[in-house]
Design a protein around this ligand. Structure first.
Ligand code: ADP
Ligand code: MG
Length: 563
């Protein structure tokens, strides 16, 4: 006969920690089922992995909220947040070791996650639980209270429709459906991004993703760029649409330029109600580009920007273990385009000046044939005309981009004005730039085919894993993602680590990086994020990264070599 969870835990109270191993398997807990997938070997190891599930019928969530993929993503996100809140509430009431239960707390974005999964017949919450210990002994009785009393209470409070704020759940789903509908409308409207009037862009602090309080000046669109959209819920949104092409944001220092660009960068993700950026929506593949000196590069064709290096290196296949400011920015740009970016988002604050512009006096002193760099200002138009890649650029320190801009937007005291005509007039008075070619600059990308052996960092090494938000340990190498600005959640970083292992399995010494990533992305579309993990049932706490970030991670792997 099978012992109950409580009997097992009572019987191992005070015994060695390893006796928690007996928990493996599934246990009924009233209307819930607890699955113990992986038991930690000692109190200091990563916490144990468990799942608590109940039938869709018992959960009672309205079917119309769950009948499409977006509805399930939004509802899962809502349940995960409710679960995390219920854990916090239990812990605040002094309920034993409630805080040792974790579901991975979502931030300001709504991302596809593995934390709560909704299938045809089940709702499952994936947890990590640090099982209680005294020294190296198991505290079985305490664990019994945690798993048979506290945990079901948390699940009752967060997975049952009757215990939830039902209106809030419905608006959470409606909001995501509206946001993603607007995102698809941007393409047809030939816009790169949209920001609704009334949005709050600034954050509380540099290390906070929460909205600035009463001091925040709300976003207000300049009339000339004002657009309105009707959304599936019947909602209308009005605000600024940034058209495709070249857009330059100007203004004095501290007038809010970087804050606007940062909001556009983050707009590739949907934000929760109350964030202030829930109606800042950017086309999905827009990529933030910055200088990143010190990064590695493998076989990237940066010849449109840099050629004739004094070292004699061939920039049609540029490799480096330590790229400079300008070569790293060129590399980031070319890789983003290879990954399918429809738009580049560039801030002067994080750019290499010599990559961006070269002024008139310098053009006279150092002739073009002795300068390896063709600045971005000479390439931004062909990038759009030949490749269809738009640019949104912050430039407060130079008017060099005026003549190549389709739109110039000025920020003053956080208020926007369109100043394109004025900027074009000024540019006409100061013909500084020799007119460059509008075509024939961006030739076909050479295929970058990874050597399979270079992606297998050795048979004995462990699976790739993330360390915090910005680092992945892959074989013997650390992949530094500090400069990958649109990576917003540590659970995305963990998903990227797993993505690298899957890409290594897929690599066949024939297909190039975009083909390998596309296959993986397709698999995730079909199987969901669980497809990233070899451990079915409980893949850990993962959040979906974009295609752009998968490319960014593999491209920063220092061991990468190509055919
Ligand atoms: P810039 O890039 O033009 O120098 P920033 O975007 O860095 O300026 O903004 C400067 C400061 O102003 C930041 O502390 C930012 O949080 C704040 N800020 C930006 N936009 C707003 C706004 N709309 N309302 C209130 N404060 C803002
Ligand atoms: Mg700035």
């Amino acid at each position: 006969h099978q012992q109950t969870l409580e009997q097992i835990l009572t019987s191992i109270d005070g015994r060695g920690y390893a006796s928690y191993k007996q928990l493996s398997g599934h246990h009924p807990l009233g209307r819930f089922t607890l699955n113990v997938d992986k038991v930690q070997v000692d109190p200091f190891a990563p916490p144990s992995l468990m799942r608590i599930s109940l039938s869709r019928e018992d959960a009672g969530l309205p079917g119309d909220l769950l009948d499409d993929r977006l509805g399930r993503i939004a509802a899962s996100d809502f349940l995960a947040r409710a679960f995390a809140e219920a854990v916090t509430a239990e812990a605040a009431e002094g309920s034993g070791s409630a805080a040792s239960i974790s579901i991975g707390r979502p931030g300001q974005q709504v991302l596809e996650r593995t934390s709560v999964v909704i299938t045809e017949d089940l709702i499952t919450a994936r947890l990590s639980v640090a099982l209680p210990a005294a020294g190296r002994r198991a505290l079985g009785v305490k664990a019994a209270r945690l798993l048979t009393e506290t945990l079901p209470r948390v699940a009752e409070a967060s997975l049952l429709h009757t215990s939830l704020d039902q209106e809030a759940l419905r608006s959470h789903v409606t909001l995501l459906r509206d946001q993603e509908d607007l995102r698809t409308q941007l393409t047809a409207a030939k816009l790169v991004c949209f920001a609704a009037d009334g949005s709050v862009l600034p954050r509380q602090a540099g290390d906070s993703d929460l909205p600035l309080g009463v001091e925040a000046v709300e976003f207000h669109s300049p009339e000339s760029l004002r657009r309105s959209f009707s959304l599936p819920s019947g909602r209308q949104v009005t605000g600024m649409g940034v058209p495709e092409g070249v857009t330059v944001i100007v203004g004095g220092g501290y007038h809010g330029k970087s804050t606007l660009l940062r909001a556009i960068e983050r707009g590739v993700y949907p934000h929760i109600a109350g964030d202030g950026r829930e109606w800042v929506i950017t086309r999905d593949s827009a990529a933030s580009i910055r200088a990143e000196d010190g990064r590695s590069a493998a076989g990237v064709d940066i010849s449109a920007f840099i050629s004739g290096l004094p070292s004699g290196a061939d920039t049609r296949s540029f490799s480096s273990t330590n790229a400079s400011g300008s070569t790293s920015q060129a590399t980031n740009l070319v890789e983003a385009v290879e990954a399918g970016a429809c738009a580049l988002l560039i801030d002067e604050d994080t750019s290499a000046t010599n990559f961006m512009i070269r002024d008139d006096q310098m053009r006279r002193l150092v002739p073009a044939e002795r300068e390896p760099i063709t600045p971005f200002v000479d390439r931004v138009r062909p990038l759009f005309t030949e490749r269809g890649v738009s640019t949104v650029l912050v430039a407060g320190g130079s008017g060099a981009f005026f003549e190549v801009a389709d739109q110039v937007i000025a920020l003053q005291d956080y208020q926007l004005r369109e100043v394109t005509a004025e900027a074009h007039r000024i540019a006409a008075d100061h013909q500084t730039r020799p007119a460059g070619p509008e075509s024939g600059v961006f030739t076909a990308d050479p295929a970058r085919v990874p050597r399979r052996a270079s992606l297998h960092p050795g048979k004995k090494t462990k699976p790739a894993r993330s360390r915090g938000h910005r680092m992945i340990q892959y074989g013997r190498e650390d992949i530094d993602l500090t400069a990958v600005a649109q990576l917003v959640d540590p659970a995305q970083t963990e998903a990227l680590a797993k993505a690298l292992d899957r890409l290594a399995e897929q690599a066949d010494d024939a297909r190039d990086i975009p083909a390998l990533v596309a296959e993986l992305v397709e698999r995730l579309d079909v199987e969901g994020l669980d497809g990233l993990s070899p451990h079915r049932g409980h893949p850990g706490h993962l959040a979906r990264p974009r295609t752009q970030e998968i490319h960014a991670a593999i491209n920063r792997y220092r061991g990468l070599t190509l055919h």
